[in-house]
Design a protein. Structure first.
Length: 188
């Protein structure tokens, strides 16, 4: 069965105020709205009116699954809480989930410092995620240089995220259909 994109498409970046938790919620809910694997991967906890940080903040199981926020200023976290990122989404771990699509929409999470996407179907130019200190992804430069006939490797393999030849090669067909093994266009 073809998976629909869960990550925001490049043109769908939210330009809303970058300085509030409500902006982070809007980005995460838009992210969830772009796919049909949300229930299976814990994104069913991401609901309108919900708090991505939950009561415990520094806990990926309180609030929105896979999400952590900074609670108060502290220099002991692996991703330090500062005045600017307190009560903001700073950590997202979707590694091993069925999430797929273009990573550029996550650039709307202005205080995101740690992102895990290993083993997902996400693709795209990770340089738009400028606030990241730690990025754990499958880079095109490390794993895929063989493209289907008529396609060439992406031009920036060191910054381009992808886990297969569909994601790491030119053209709009970026997703791998697990049923047929064919590359498909996420917008189709």
């Amino acid at each position: 069965m073809l998976r629909t994109s869960v990550c925001l498409l490049a043109g769908a970046r939210l330009g809303a105020a970058q300085g509030s938790l409500s902006n982070d919620v809007a980005v995460l809910l838009a992210f969830k709205a772009h796919g049909n694997n949300a229930q299976a991967d814990g994104l069913d906890t991401w609901v309108s009116g919900g708090d991505p940080c939950g009561a415990g903040f520094d806990d990926p199981n309180s609030g929105f699954a896979h999400v952590m926020c900074c609670d108060a200023y502290s220099s002991v976290h692996p991703w330090p809480c500062t005045g600017s990122n307190t009560h903001r989404v700073t950590y997202l771990n979707l590694g091993g989930t069925a999430v797929d699509g273009d990573v550029s929409g996550l650039g709307g999470l202005a205080q995101l410092t740690t992102l895990y996407l290993y083993g997902t179907g996400c693709y795209g130019d990770s340089s738009v995620l400028s606030s990241l200190r730690s990025l754990y992804v499958d880079h095109c430069s490390s794993s895929h240089d063989a493209c289907p006939a008529g396609r060439t490797p992406v031009s920036s393999p060191d910054t381009y995220v992808g886990s297969n030849a569909c994601a790491c090669c030119s053209g709009t067909q970026k997703l791998l259909d697990s049923g047929t093994g064919a590359c498909v266009d996420p917008g189709a």
